[in-house]
Design a protein around this ligand. Structure first.
Ligand SMILES: [Zn+2]
Length: 406
């Protein structure tokens, strides 16, 4: 089984290397924006969109032209890579997966990627890395890099430079450990498992919200782009990065624990993107309960449900298990004891009491049990193959056909 994995380290560049990297990131941003502007112009003139090869030709002209000769100082592959990124942005837009590509701004995900492993040298023994036009770079070597290097991304975050090394390696087909479990995601509790385990919400954003707001107010009082303004801006970025780091760490720990101890995980197939869509609505169709919904949106995004699901997905695959997504219908209203479906079953946010048979349990645990049941049903259908179209909600770790082990 092939395993793709990224390893991220902090770089320890020299002053000259930092200046170079800033220039390269700037050149990539410039090329992205110029190519996007070109595509927009062509569209307005009624011309066809340029493909990747056409854009590369333009890039060569820009590098050799008199207007932007400094583009020739940046390595060519990362510049071409940004054109590929733009292509993907367009493809995602046409497939309705994303909004229309936007111009990049300085300071927002400054990064560039070296796609060619032949030009990269990784010297783990001396914790250093060779990159074209940058030379040997030292990095904080915190763990071994496993596998063959495929590509490398250099990025800037809060004044620190990082390198992400994408690798590929062959691992043995893992045998999943443990049984099946259902998960109910919530705001009051981050996740409730069908066996009664709870994970408390982290709410990293909420905790930092006041600090963040004060810093933002302080920045708004400063003269834009002045020395003090930049200082405040860096402070805000640091708070954001601390929030992000705490959340990522929490999500990783939780998803690792769950995926290592279960062979099958059932989860509600919530469309986080829809749920967290702007509550305000449009002028033609103004939203209802705007305040309450925007509060919920904030909580949902803060919990990182989507990221959690993404992590569970690939970690279950790494461990040889299954992730089953089930439609979230009636999971909070069905009695797991007698099967009675009623909105009255759920009396409060936390308490479930069946009006038919009197079964009582925490509402989140009931939700998780129902998700597990629905997952079992779905899994059985999918394995027998006849009832449901395949690949709707079940992911298997490898390309082999899904086999029932029960
Ligand atoms: Zn009941």
């Amino acid at each position: 089984m092939q395993r793709l994995q990224a390893f991220k380290f902090e770089l320890m560049p020299t002053g000259e290397q930092q200046r170079q990297m800033r220039r390269f990131a700037g050149s990539c941003r410039f090329v992205f924006n110029k190519a996007l502007a070109l595509q927009k112009e062509r569209h307005e003139r009624g011309e066809k969109k340029l493909g990747y090869a056409g854009l590369c030709k333009e890039l060569t002209a820009w590098r050799n032209g008199a207007e932007t000769p400094w583009l020739a100082d940046a390595p060519i592959h990362p510049l071409q890579q940004t054109l590929k990124d733009l292509e993907r942005a367009y493809a995602n837009f046409f497939a309705k997966r994303a909004d229309f590509p936007r111009f990049k701004k300085k300071g927002q995900s400054d990064s560039f990627r070296y796609p060619d492993p032949k030009q990269i040298k990784l010297d783990q023994a001396n914790s250093r890395l060779f990159l074209p036009k940058l030379g040997w770079l030292r990095f904080r070597f915190s763990r071994d890099v496993l596998g063959v290097v495929k590509n490398i991304t250099v990025s800037l975050s809060c004044g620190k430079w990082f390198v992400s090394i994408q690798t590929e390696r062959e691992v043995e087909q893992p045998i999943p450990q443990g049984g099946a479990i259902g998960i109910d995601m919530g705001v009051a509790r981050f996740a409730a498992l069908s066996d009664g385990t709870f994970y408390a919400p982290l709410n990293s954003f909420k905790r930092h919200e006041i600090t963040l707001r004060k810093a933002q107010q302080a920045m708004s009082r400063k003269v834009k782009f002045s020395r003090h303004w930049k200082k405040e801006k860096l402070r805000i970025q640091k708070i954001h990065s601390r929030i992000g780091n705490a959340r990522r760490d929490y999500l990783h720990k939780t998803s690792t624990t769950i995926s290592q101890n279960h062979a099958m995980v059932c989860i509600e197939d919530l469309q986080v993107r829809n749920m967290s869509k702007s509550a305000a609505g449009t002028t033609e169709a103004p939203g209802r309960n705007v305040r309450a919904k925007s509060g919920l949106n904030k909580s949902i995004l803060d919990q990182g449900w989507f990221e959690f699901r993404r992590q569970l997905d690939y970690k279950m695959a790494w461990n040889g298990g299954w992730l089953v997504a089930v439609p979230p219908q009636y999971t909070s209203r069905t009695c797991p004891c007698c099967g009675h479906v009623s909105a009255e079953n759920r009396q409060t946010q936390a308490k479930f009491a069946c009006v038919e048979c009197g079964f009582e349990e925490n509402a989140d645990v009931v939700g998780a049990i129902n998700v597990l049941r629905a997952g079992h049903a779905r899994f059985a259908c999918e394995v027998s193959g006849a009832v449901m179209p395949p690949a709707a909600g079940i992911r298997r770790s490898d390309s082999r056909a899904v086999q029932c082990r029960a």
